[in-house]
Design a protein around this ligand. Structure first.
Ligand SMILES: [Mn+2]
Length: 256
């Protein structure tokens, strides 16, 4: 599998973050988080060679042909500022925002990925993605994803008036872990962490040495059997973790 993007770093860095869940749990708290994300992006802009945002950027996003959800203007403008200044932004869809189409590509100038990709940073192979539906188990979600990504199902859903469609979507997202504040994720042990098992498997197949995902809402940095690493970026609802990759390797910190 050839790397899709190749970076060679000297003075600049590549930044990664995931799971902003803008829109949740309510407008007020989402706005505070949006401001923090904008401050983070302002701070990294002078040093950034590229920015990767690994999915669940929005707690809910659905694009019609002529309509997109309201909100997130400051965040979207900040992304536009990055791309306008020549810094590429790579946006991955997550399980909460897999209905992104071409609006953000055309309007903001980001690249959108719907599945993990392999990149190369200073000759190291790195797999990057949201992480939903990978590894063993999670059959209920894998089935739902096949429905959600089905073109006919999307066409039918798009026939609903947005007021009704977004109401239905909010009913289901109200049960999600952020809305119910049950996002105190705990480590389950190596053999029960699906993304660890996935990374271990792909490491054995020599796909990559480093694996960076989100989705789990828990920051992890685990050694793999052959010396690679599985890094999970956690989320921005409580912790605000981000990863920076410089010439000397990567480090993860929490944005203050
Ligand atoms: Mn998430």
């Amino acid at each position: 599998m050839q790397p899709e993007l190749i970076f060679s770093l000297d003075a600049k860095k590549i930044f990664f973050a995931s799971d902003f869940h803008l829109g949740a749990p309510n407008a007020e708290l989402s706005r505070i988080r949006e401001d923090a994300i904008c401050r983070w992006l302002d701070g990294i802009m002078p040093n950034a060679q590229a920015v990767f945002i690994l999915g669940d950027v929005f707690d809910f996003w659905y694009e019609y042909k002529y309509t997109v959800p309201k909100g997130y203007i400051r965040f979207l403008a900040k992304l536009a500022q990055l791309t306008d200044s020549g810094i590429p932004v790579y946006l991955f869809t997550g399980n909460h925002d897999l209905w992104m189409k071409d609006y953000l590509i055309n309007e903001i100038g980001v690249s959108i990925y719907r599945a993990p990709i392999i990149i190369e940073i200073n000759n190291e192979r790195v797999m990057v993605g949201h992480g939903d539906g990978l590894g063993p188990g999670d059959y209920r979600y894998k089935f739902l994803k096949s429905v959600f990504t089905n073109k006919t199902c999307q066409w039918i859903f798009s026939r609903l008036h947005p007021n009704l469609a977004f109401y239905i979507a909010q009913l289901s997202s109200r049960r999600s872990r952020i809305q119910t504040a049950h996002n105190d994720e705990v480590f389950k042990g190596n053999e029960a962490e699906w993304l660890y098992l996935y990374a271990k498997n792909k490491e054995a197949q020599k796909w990559a040495k480093y694996f960076i995902f989100g989705h789990r809402h828990l920051h992890l940095d685990m050694e793999l059997p052959l010396g690679g690493r599985y890094i999970n970026l956690g989320e921005w609802i409580k912790e605000r973790y981000f990863l920076e990759w410089s010439q000397s390797g990567y480090s993860v910190s929490a944005f203050q």
